[in-house]
Design a binder for this molecule. Structure first.
Ligand SMILES: Cc1ncc(COP(=O)(O)O)c(C=O)c1O
Length: 401
């Protein structure tokens, strides 16, 4: 028997309706089920909560060092070394107030106006947004679930210019759910470094991977790739800490890291992560392994369930995610306009989803929907029962039935 529960009773619906924003329960009418933002419906792991409570009860909340609490940096380094054999030392770690902010700080430190950054299409909107906010230009390169390293490199090569500075990757990939195999990453990352590019590898999803797939960190591939890579990690997806806004940059290159810390303005205290957020992460990383394993087991079951349910939708195809807790079905046979379809499903089925709109994922997402399944089986099956009804009705109308 597991010590942890991910059953219907474990979902604190009343609290979520009050506290879960970002397109979720607190921002939807009471009868709408949100399978929107990738944020679990379950509370934080007990180890994080207990560690935080002990720290709070001591009542001492002084400044942390600019790079983060020593225990935070040690806990991240130990996690990265033990779970993916990265040569990650505490001094490589810089605490950031979310993975989103970690990427923004790296972009500010590494890019200038006119620089170009190669990013996949589709991918989470944050990559494009962050490059643009740094004054640089994102250049999209198409990637699909089955794109080989050679095909991706051909796309990268065709978009390479003298202004290209970096390649940004997302692995596991949101929204495609692909976990890139070692050989794929090795080929793509070596191509980039051979052309003098640096790599940002957004690995926030790397703790949510379903067997037999395994996460490979770009920075674990070789010392040369590690020197030219910053890894972004976060704690919103694995440990349900989204509201605490905490993540990190891992950068083994001393000079590059110095520039990142300087660009953040942490040394002047203008920027800095709340110690409480760092303490929650220390608790999660040092005491939350068993909880995380159980959470991933639950998600694996949810993944299989969603894949089966999607087979009932006429003409819809979906790749079974190898990692992440989102699935990205191609809905074009039912409706070519994902925004319109999403609106219909929300109005009629009372289920909110994320449309494959360019503003969320890039032009390569057209005609798809993103469905988050980090909830209980009861909520998920209720959502799919509702969606089935509306989609079957739409299909019958389209075929004149
Ligand atoms: C690929 C990817 N990167 C970064 C983030 C942002 O995470 P955080 O909540 O730590 O800012 C997300 C959240 O959805 C994500 O999916």
């Amino acid at each position: 028997m597991s010590r942890f529960s991910f059953s219907d009773d474990a979902v604190p619906l009343e609290l979520l309706r009050e506290r879960a924003f970002n397109l979720r329960w607190a921002q939807q009418p009471a009868d709408v089920i949100p399978l929107t933002a990738a944020d679990p419906d379950f509370p934080v792991c007990p180890a994080a909560r207990e560690h935080l409570m002990r720290y709070v009860s001591d009542g001492v909340f002084s400044y942390a060092p600019p790079e983060g609490l020593p225990r935070f940096r040690e806990a991240v380094a130990e996690w990265m070394s033990s779970t993916r054999r990265m040569d990650c030392r505490p001094e490589h770690v810089f605490a950031a107030d979310s993975a989103a902010s970690a990427m923004a700080v790296v972009a500010r430190a590494s890019l200038a106006a006119g620089d170009e950054v190669l990013i996949p299409d589709p991918v989470d909107f944050l990559l494009q947004h962050t490059v643009e906010r740094a004054g640089a230009t994102p250049v999209r390169v198409s990637v699909k679930t089955g794109t080989s390293a050679a095909e991706f490199i051909a796309g990268l090569e065709s978009r390479l210019t003298p202004r290209t500075r970096m390649l940004w990757l997302c692995n596991p990939h949101n929204p495609l759910g692909v976990v890139y195999p070692r050989a794929w990453l090795q080929t793509v990352a070596s191509w980039a470094v051979d052309r003098g590019l640096r790599i940002l590898s957004d690995e926030i999803w790397s703790d949510i991977v379903y067997p037999p797939h395994q996460h490979t960190a770009v920075a674990a591939l070789s010392p040369e790739l590690a020197r030219n890579t910053v890894t972004i990690h976060g704690f919103s997806k694995n440990f349900a800490l989204a509201g605490l806004r905490v993540g990190c940059v891992i950068c083994p290159d001393t000079e590059w890291r110095r520039q990142i810390v300087a660009a953040s303005d942490a040394e002047s205290t203008v920027y800095g992560v709340s110690v409480l957020s760092q303490v929650a992460v220390i608790g999660a990383l040092t005491g939350g392994r068993e909880w995380l394993a159980e959470f991933v087991r639950h998600l694996h079951g949810q993944r299989d369930y969603v894949v089966e349910r999607l087979k009932r939708w006429p003409g819809v195809t979906a790749f079974a995610p190898q990692g992440t807790y989102v699935i990205f079905p191609d809905m074009r046979n039912l409706d070519s306009d994902a925004e319109r379809l999403c609106q219909r499903l929300r109005d009629r089925a009372r289920v909110a989803l994320v449309p494959g709109a360019a503003r969320w994922f890039g032009p390569g997402a057209a005609g798809h929907l993103r469905i988050c399944f980090a909830t209980s089986r009861g909520i998920l099956s209720e959502a799919f029962d509702r969606l089935d009804g509306t989609l079957i009705e739409m299909d019958a109308r389209a075929s004149g039935g």
